[in-house]
Design a protein around this ligand. Sequence first.
Ligand SMILES: Cc1cc2nc3c(=O)[nH]c(=O)nc-3n(C[C@H](O)[C@H](O)[C@H](O)COP(=O)(O)O)c2cc1C
Length: 390
Amino acid sequence: MVKLFEKAIFRGVELRNRIVISPMGMYSAENGYVTPFHLVHYGKFAMGGAGLVFVEQTSVTRKGRITNGDPGLWEDGQIDGMRQIAHVIKAQGARAAIQINHGGRKSGQQRAFRGNGPLTDRDIEMGEEVWDPVGPSDVAFSDGFRTPRPLSHDGLVGVRDAFVATARRAVLAGFDVIELHMAHGYLLQSFLSPLANFRTDDYGGSLESRMRFPLEVTRAVRAAIPSSTPLFVRISATDWIDGGWEIEDSVVFARRLKELGVDLVDCSTGGNLRAGSTNANLARGPGYQVPFAEQVRREAEIATGAVGMIRSFDFAERILQDGRADLIFLARQMLFNPFWAHHAAEHFGLTGKFEDWPEQYGWWLTKWHGALHASGESPLDEGRLRDAAE
Ligand SMILES: Cc1cc2nc3c(=O)[nH]c(=O)nc-3n(C[C@H](O)[C@H](O)[C@H](O)COP(=O)(O)O)c2cc1C
């Protein structure tokens, strides 16, 4: 049995396989509204055969955006565009997921494809909006970043309610799965991590106190969405920095998430910094984050997603076969090859050539493949195609 293509069921939602398009910010929304670019971008992944397609981190408030190009669901007018995306994804047989986020002390920066980092005077002259971020404490993310205003108790309630309202809008838009972003140094993770949280009230200090706000948000969102809607949480399983958040903390946290009705912990890492330090979020080779998904799964007894430098069909399959995770999240490899899932099905001999591809493509590709095959070539074998052209 090929595990990658085993169905997965979370609450009322069945995934046709265990291949997930990992959330990827495209920084291309206008004023928090998605555009035709997003529709094509996400629809393409569903056509490519993935079981679950994640819409990128989507902000719960206007000032929670990481960049001016982030989409949001902080007002009702934003639902329609998201509804079209969810509809297009589902019309292709995939399920639609959305990651919701507040950028915290990392909000208000430049779009990734323009270099990340704090907005410069030139960016502001060019029309980028700038605002003062909020965070657990008044410690800036890194050099040049604005110092966040620590959230008051009323501020915490406001953020929690914004997550709830956003999750409700996501359900109205037709998303099957909601994920809370508690990774990469954004607001909820910055409450967890001792690198960013220096509070002396009930929300800082001990592990229990640092977990309090993220758990309050989780509890409130879980209560606000239908019981048939799965709730996932993305964590940074480790900060990769001494004195920061560690995998042992993640196991404790994952147990608490499970008690609150979270269905899967999506195990990423890094993204947070100690003031004055440099980025420690180093990619450490193929599957470098898989051990964290494995440990959380084993010790917290909760389903996990593995992510990070997973590219080959066989490696993805082996992670599942070895019981190290329940879903495989792929990001950059899917940008490179959105049809990865169809290629994987063929690789494992599960389908006839192009059988599961969109029928509008399959008929043509079957004929084309047949013709190429007859002349000793394969349309998937790029190396040989190159040879033939030379
Ligand atoms: C263009 C791009 C945008 C990303 N945006 C997000 C995001 O919105 N939320 C998130 O949790 N991770 C984001 N990530 C991280 C990916 O989801 C993934 O964890 C990471 O790229 C490692 O997986 P990979 O090696 O398959 O690319 C992004 C990655 C890329 C390449």
